[in-house]
Design a protein around this ligand. Structure first.
Ligand code: SF4
Ligand code: SF4
Length: 373
């Protein structure tokens, strides 16, 4: 497959050209004018951040993208699908309230929020894709119904896929709760019980009440109640909760990439992908906190290829030195794999390799820096 163009803006700015100007240039280079048609309903898929997390993309950037779409005659709305776990985004009402609390009010972003899978996640569009691990994908309906899709991903580490970028924003982020459950269904966390001190942290955190303390004062997960959300893995202060990373992780990442195929099925030449490489936190924005960034802010990428943009993003992060005071232990030098340092058992390459194999895009890319005006 030929290499794909990934347009890149660093974060340098001047009185002649600020970051909004550069974001406009990125969208223009990526061909947003060819994508957005007058009166088309344009879904801007982003993550509003869990309550307490502050690593998500600043609303002012989203407003700039909204205004650009309106200028082209499109009708934008901000969207995400409800979460599988019971946090501050698990139904549409709390989800919108959290988004507004995090700065995504209409008065700031100039567009409404529509949670794509309905009040409690039952608004589903099922798409047959007949892939290796997913035959039928259950997507959030309003994303399927939209005319145009613009993925705006905060690039960061991720406890289940190594990193999270465009593929995760689309594959997992556009899935309905049923679809998310499908993707997590192979994940079965286990507790190393011998070392458990019975502190109860995991019990308090599990939204499904799947963990309980047994008579020996050690925690145990009930596999019948566990939905495989993975939220408990990072919570145990002693790191005693684990999954079968070899098998489970490979299938999880494959499923995520295949869901991405479903999301883009009716969006041929109607989708554009933007990754923000800033506040690159070690874990997902689904947590109610974000640890210090693992590298300095890098910039903004835009592409028409969801695989190329994620490959370029992970490479750019790994080319950096680790940020001082971050959680990175050994991979401190340029070229060291920062995500493998945080999640030694997760081969993040799986999502990229599989996405390329099933025709989502190309791992070969050409970085095209946008020229300063
Ligand atoms: S036990 Fe862990 S993976 Fe299972 S539902 Fe609870 S938090 Fe999620
Ligand atoms: S958080 Fe860890 S140590 Fe505490 S009860 Fe759960 S498994 Fe045991």
């Amino acid at each position: 497959m030929a290499s794909s163009k990934v347009f890149y803006s660093d974060l340098r700015a001047s009185h002649r050209q600020n970051l909004m100007d550069k974001l406009t240039m990125l969208m223009d280079h990526t061909g947003i004018r060819d994508i957005v048609k007058p009166r088309s309903l344009v879904a801007l898929k982003l993550h509003f951040g869990e309550k307490g997390n502050v690593a998500f993309i600043r609303p002012v950037f989203i407003r700039h993208i909204v205004d650009k779409i309106k200028e082209l005659g499109g009708v934008p709305f901000l969207t995400d699908a409800n979460t599988l776990y019971a946090g501050s985004r698990s139904d549409s009402v709390t989800h919108i309230n959290t988004a507004i609390a995090n700065g995504f009010a209409y008065s700031t972003v100039n567009a409404p929020i529509i949670i794509a899978d309905g009040l409690r996640g039952a608004s589903i569009s099922s798409v047959a894709i007949n892939q290796e691990t997913i035959k039928v994908a259950h997507l959030a309906k309003e994303i399927v119904e939209s005319d145009i899709l613009i993925s705006i991903a905060h690039f960061k580490g991720h406890e289940l896929s190594g990193f999270g970028g465009t593929i995760k924003n689309l594959g997992m982020g556009c899935a309905s709760r049923r679809g998310k459950l499908d993707q997590h269904s192979g994940l079965s966390p286990k507790i190393k019980r011998k070392k458990c001190i019975g502190c109860g942290e995991c019990i308090n955190h599990c939204s499904q009440h799947a963990i309980s303390l047994m008579e020996d004062n050690k925690a145990m997960i009930d596999p019948k109640k566990c939905i495989g959300c993975g939220e408990c893995i990072l919570i145990c202060p002693n790191g005693l909760i684990d999954i079968d990373w070899g098998v489970d992780m490979e299938i999880f990442q494959k499923k995520m990439a295949e869901y991405c195929v479903a999301v883009l099925r009716n969006k041929q030449d109607k989708a554009l992908f933007i990754n923000f490489l800033s506040n690159i936190s070690p874990a997902c924005d689904c947590y109610g906190h974000n640890d210090a960034a693992i590298v300095h802010d890098i910039g903004i990428l835009a592409s028409r290829d969801p695989v190329a943009i994620d490959q370029a993003s992970v490479d750019l992060v790994n080319q950096m030195s680790a940020a001082e005071g971050s959680c990175i232990k050994k991979a401190v030098n340029p070229g060291d794999d920062k995500f493998r340092d945080i999640y030694p058992k997760i081969d993040w390459n799986v999502q990229l390799r599989h996405a390329e194999r099933i025709g989502l895009g190309s791992k070969d890319y050409e970085i095209v820096p946008i020229q300063a005006g």
